[in-house]
Design a protein around this ligand. Structure first.
Ligand SMILES: Cc1cc2nc3c(=O)[nH]c(=O)nc-3n(C[C@H](O)[C@H](O)[C@H](O)COP(=O)(O)OP(=O)(O)OC[C@H]3O[C@@H](n4cnc5c(N)ncnc54)[C@H](O)[C@@H]3O)c2cc1C
Length: 524
């Protein structure tokens, strides 16, 4: 996947793309894979890096959403459970089943949640990951050795899926490229072009070269997450906002807070939400929160009240209370929620996806969840096919294994970071063995090796230190301070791969230092 080949294709004015997808998060990538797999000549442009927005900041659950079941949103849960099953089938190296345990501190909770989760199991049908069961106090502690035992009556075990969000985004970008799609990061859609009041293309700005290119496209899809309203304004300057933006934050803790492979699920926190404590890449992710924010930004920051809320709630359910000094990293993401006619709290807004088509033909797709990215892409390309007057073709992505997928991981197998590469892993290991130093770790507290940095630059379109340390590897989430310490080494490797000079390295380090501070709880 080479960026300069994509830029060359973008600058060829004679090309008429069937479909231009703006936005390289879960929604845009899912739409692009769907479009290319149906034979449409497709271009995807991403203003920053793939999944730099919301799609690298999820709780990393491939789930139907137990919470939505409680809200009675049966169709959303059924759709998401199907998609959960498909994600695990088509990307088994990136998504795997996860055991979750709800600790019960009142006896009535055990039958109550066992019945509810039984319905959840039934709804997943053939794609069920296992049966939920009530647990004795001893069995609950067996799954969650660090759970608060004072007043514990027992628990409920159920199954969902877990995945690596930014790595899935990279894999979708590679899958799209394998299907013949053209894709580039650091390309901003800055304008839309029209002929007879109908959209016929876009103005794209290559942010690395600073050059602008006018391209022709039969259909343009706006999949820009929390920024869809800004792109809609390029089409109709007077358009009314369709989104409410809500922030959710997480803390990352050392594995000792939740050793073992089972996750902790709290169905009702003090603000009525769900809280997860999830083992992930040898750490524990705890979250999340939900509060409306006025305007979307690229790099949202966790707020003081979110830190306090998560630590206080976690302390209620864990025997050893986590403190600020235990926190390895913090991150916040913004949910694109489609406003209902009467908007109340953002926690109550539906997580269904929405497709809106403007009078000039701009297709905007937003809402939904990471778990449902494939179905969103399928729905969107059905509309693209109608608008573009293309030959209708059946979707085949439900049966499409993603790039370099390898055999499914067993639920009991501990997470192992190289598994995310699927069959590409062997190539990275061969690269690591090809030269002294390539097998070395980038930092003693991080699992990643130098060969992964080289691979990301050569094969995965990584362009910046942040791309490597935030999304191709998940260093910044696993240990923000270690990621900052590893940055000079990564900058030097990347500069060599991309033929950049010392000034570029310096600028990269300054930019990464600014981002890195946002992921440290108390930056020094
Ligand atoms: C805290 C939190 C936890 C979550 N947890 C889960 C979970 O566990 N499971 C789950 O299924 N879902 C989860 N979600 C939901 C899920 O993450 C989102 O639904 C999904 O990532 C949205 O993807 P998107 O592609 O629509 O948006 P984004 O990922 O934000 O992608 C939009 C992209 O468009 C780009 N862009 C914007 N303007 C332009 C332009 N003019 N030109 C080019 N590119 C542009 C942006 O840079 C961005 O990369 C969670 C969400 C949040 C906030």
């Amino acid at each position: 996947m080479l960026r300069n080949i994509a830029i060359e294709a973008i600058s060829d004015r004679s090309t008429v793309w069937d479909c231009l997808v703006i936005g390289g998060g879960a929604t845009g990538l899912g739409t692009a894979v769907e479009s290319a797999s149906r034979g449409l000549r497709t271009l995807l442009v991403e203003r920053t890096d793939f999944a730099k927005g919301t799609s690298s900041r999820a709780t990393k659950m491939a789930h139907g959403g137990v919470r939505y079941l409680a809200q009675g949103n049966i169709s959303l849960v059924r759709e998401a459970l199907r998609e959960r099953g498909l994600m695990l089938k088509n990307a088994p190296n990136l998504a795997h089943p996860l055991k979750l345990v709800i600790p019960a501190f009142h006896l009535w909770e055990i039958p109550y949640y066992t019945i509810g989760l039984g319905v959840y199991d039934l709804m997943s049908g053939k794609l069920s990951l296992g049966h939920s069961t009530p647990l004795s106090k001893t069995a609950t502690v067996g799954h969650l050795p660090t759970v608060e035992q004072n007043g514990l009556k027992g628990g409920i075990l159920y199954f969902d899926g877990q995945f690596d969000d930014a790595r899935l985004a990279t894999t979708l970008a590679l899958t799209f490229s394998d299907l013949g799609g053209t894709i580039a990061n650091y390309v901003d859609a800055v304008g839309l072009t029209k002929k007879n009041d109908k959209i016929c293309g876009a103005i794209l700005r290559d942010r690395e070269a600073g050059s602008e290119h006018e391209i022709s496209a039969k259909v343009v899809v706006n999949a820009t997450g929390v920024f869809v309203d800004a792109v809609r304004k390029l089409d109709e300057p007077g358009s009314v906002k369709m989104l409410a933006v809500s922030q959710g934050a997480h803390l990352v803790l050392p594995k000792k807070f939740l050793p073992g492979t089972s996750a902790l699920m709290v169905p009702k926190t003090s603000d009525g939400r769900v809280l997860f404590g999830i083992p992930w890449h040898d750490r524990v992710i705890v979250g999340t929160t939900d509060a409306e924010v006025p305007e979307p930004i690229d790099e949202p920051r966790i707020r003081e009240n979110e830190i306090e809320f998560i630590l206080t709630e976690a302390a209620q359910y864990l025997a050893n209370d986590p403190t600020e000094s235990d926190v390895l990293s913090v991150y916040a993401g913004l949910r694109p929620l489609v406003k209902p006619a009467q908007s109340g709290s953002t926690a109550a807004i539906s997580r269904d996806h929405t497709i809106v088509i403007s009078t000039s033909g701009l297709v905007t797709i937003t809402g939904g969840k990471w778990t449902t990215y494939r179905h969103m892409g399928e729905d969107c390309v059905n509309r693209v096919t109608q608008i573009g007057g293309f030959q209708p073709t059946p979707s085949r992505t439900a049966q499409l294994p993603l790039h370099a997928t390898s055999a499914a991981r067993e639920i009991s197998e501990p997470p192992e970071h190289m598994a995310v590469y699927g069959t590409d892993r062997k190539k990275i290991e061969t690269l690591a063995a090809s030269e002294p130093g390539l097998g070395d770790r980038i930092h003693e507290r991080l699992p990643y090796i130098v060969a992964e940095v080289v691979w990301a630059a050569r094969e995965e379109m990584a362009r910046t230190v942040e791309d490597i340390l935030s999304r191709r590897t998940r260093s910044i989430l696993l240990d923000a301070s270690a990621a900052l310490e590893a940055a000079p080494r990564v900058a030097a490797i990347l500069a060599k791969e991309l033929h950049r000079d010392d000034a570029w390295q310096k600028k990269q380090l300054a930019e990464f230092a600014a981002v890195g501070r946002i992921y440290q709880l108390r930056p020094s």
